[in-house]
Ligand binder design. Structure first.
Ligand code: G6P
Length: 489
């Protein structure tokens, strides 16, 4: 093995995201339990290992007292995480309000709040003010921990102001920003009252990254049409300064999933699940309970399939894992009751005394339980109405090397661009089409399943989270060096 002197110095990375990879739950005065957070961003970031990385973000919990702050900071330090403490009012205005009631739906083509989602001008303005204030609070923590030469990598729609806060303080800092959601057509972004301020703030970064080429193109169009700036092959130019804009499709740590399937506890779980659902094909959905995931539409498509195919009624089961998320936002509360109502109706309609067609779980599974479930699934249904990438589709493929199940995938998920050739692509709004895809998937001959799976498995195992991060960080380093050379000339 290498001696310490021979070992290359690893790049120090400050990864800043609203959500830390672990979320805290207070167990007592001084004790905290840390649980892995949900969502695609965390799933990918957990796969990034070969850096000297520190994570800066919100631990998902209100911490009013000094004692709590101290003990939580210590507990998080063991995980290389550094907390940003947000007070309740800021969480309400910035996270529930501006991030999740305004930016999130807008970036997923659901538009700005209307009717009961209507934010009055006053609350819109106060939420935007809270958003900027929160971004400044993240910047303050970054500055406390920053060392010359560090790469600061800001993530997602929560932190669009952060590159500006950091560059205002230190224009020499290497700052990248990456969006984990779609960036919508410039015609959609145009409707946002703070459209220009947000774009300019993002352009303060040296490198701006998206999952797909389309999202990058939409962003450049928004800058040219809304700000009147010049789009170049490299990105966006403003008075001689270029912000590089490019696509960096994310991946997962596929090895972690593949290895998990070898663990005796997981194998035991697989055996139990197989016995439990013997004689029935298993269809699976795993989503955060979010309107962008198209859960009601997916369940209605399953109902249509059962309606049209009476022979299949006792031969197939749909397991839907719906992980609760953003439960303080009214839209999400409404979605929960809507989904429960539909599931109840369909189970009443097609259930028997001994079996129901849909098992709906309002909770997350632990990592090993999830791997076992992926492994026994015949058909996975990922039918998001819009989705930045969707890593559930990647996780499913990684766990399917022995079964070679079928992936039904929304054409509006970023993943459609990478797994499209192996999956059955559908328009999730077209319930008849999704019902037909379910039939096609359940009846697909083994040779075709094998061929489709090969394609996807190869992609998922060769485009990993680690490679994604290395590619982004090296591009950021190069961009900064090129910019410095341009200035010297
Ligand atoms: C998406 C977002 C992430 C977010 C995750 C979970 O994947 O892109 O930034 O962390 O959802 O949502 P939450 O609001 O619970 O952090």
């Amino acid at each position: 093995s290498e001696s310490p002197e021979e070992r290359p110095i690893r790049q120090r990375l400050l990864v800043v995201a609203n959500r830390l990879p672990v979320s805290a739950v207070r167990k007592g005065e001084d004790s905290w339990s840390l649980e892995i957070s949900a969502g695609g961003l965390v799933s990918a970031l957990l796969g990034v290992k070969e850096f000297e990385a520190r994570w800066i973000g919100w631990a998902g919990v209100n911490v009013p007292d000094e004692g709590g702050k101290k003990t939580l900071t210590e507990a998080l330090a063991e995980k290389r995480c550094i907390p940003v403490f947000l007070d309740e009012e800021t969480v309400h205005q910035y996270y529930n309000g501006y991030c999740n009631n305004i930016l999130w739906p807008l970036f997923h083509y659901l538009g700005l709040p209307q009717e009961d989602r209507l934010a009055t001008t006053r609350s819109f303005q106060s939420q935007f003010a809270a958003y900027k204030k929160a971004n400044q609070m993240f910047a303050d923590v970054v500055l406390e921990h920053y060392e010359e030469g560090d790469v600061v990598w800001c993530h997602d729609y929560h932190l669009m102001f952060l590159p500006k806060c950091l560059k205002d303080y230190n224009s020499g800092m290497k700052v990248g920003w990456f969006l984990h959601t779609p960036f919508p057509s410039s015609e959609i972004h145009r409707t946002l009252p703070s459209r220009s301020e947000l774009l300019r703030a993002v352009l303060s970064a040296d490198l701006v990254g998206f999952h797909t080429y389309d999202y990058a193109r939409h962003f450049v169009s928004a800058c040219t049409r809304i700000l009147g700036l010049e789009g170049t092959p490299d990105g966006v130019e403003d008075q001689g300064r270029v912000t590089r804009v490019a696509a960096f499709p994310i991946g997962i740590d596929s090895g972690r999933f593949i290895r998990a399937l070898e663990i005796p506890e997981v194998q035991e779980n697989i055996r139990e699940l197989k016995a439990r659902f013997a004689g029935r094909k298993v269809m699976l959905g795993v989503d955060r309970l979010d309107m962008i995931k198209g859960i009601p539409q997916k369940i209605l498509a399953f109902e249509k399939f059962l309606e049209e195919n009476p022979d299949w009624r006792d031969k197939v089961v749909l397991l839907q894992i719906a992980v609760p998320t953003r439960t303080d936002v009214p839209e999400y509360q409404k979605l929960t009751s809507q989904v429960h109502e539909i599931v109840g109706r369909i189970n009443g309609r097609f259930g028997t005394l001994t079996a129901v067609p849909i098992h709906h779980l309002d909770r997350s599974l632990d990592f090993h339980g999830l791997c076992a479930l992926y492994a026994i699934t015949d058909v996975a249904l990922v039918t998001s109405l819009r989705d930045g990438m969707n890593l559930v589709s990647y996780e499913y493929v990684a766990c399917q090397d022995s079964k070679k199940g079928v992936l039904i995938l929304s054409e509006f998920a970023g993943a459609a661009q990478s797994l499209g050739a192996g999956a059955i692509l559908v328009n999730p709004w077209n319930i008849t089409e999704v019902a037909a895809a379910i039939g096609q998937a359940l009846k697909m001959p083994p040779e075709e399943r094998e061929k489709r799976h090969r394609h996807n498995f190869l992609h998922v195992t060769t485009h990993t989270a680690q490679q994604w991060a290395e590619f982004f960080v090296s591009e950021l380093n190069d961009t900064v060096i090129e910019a410095q050379q341009r200035i010297r000339k």
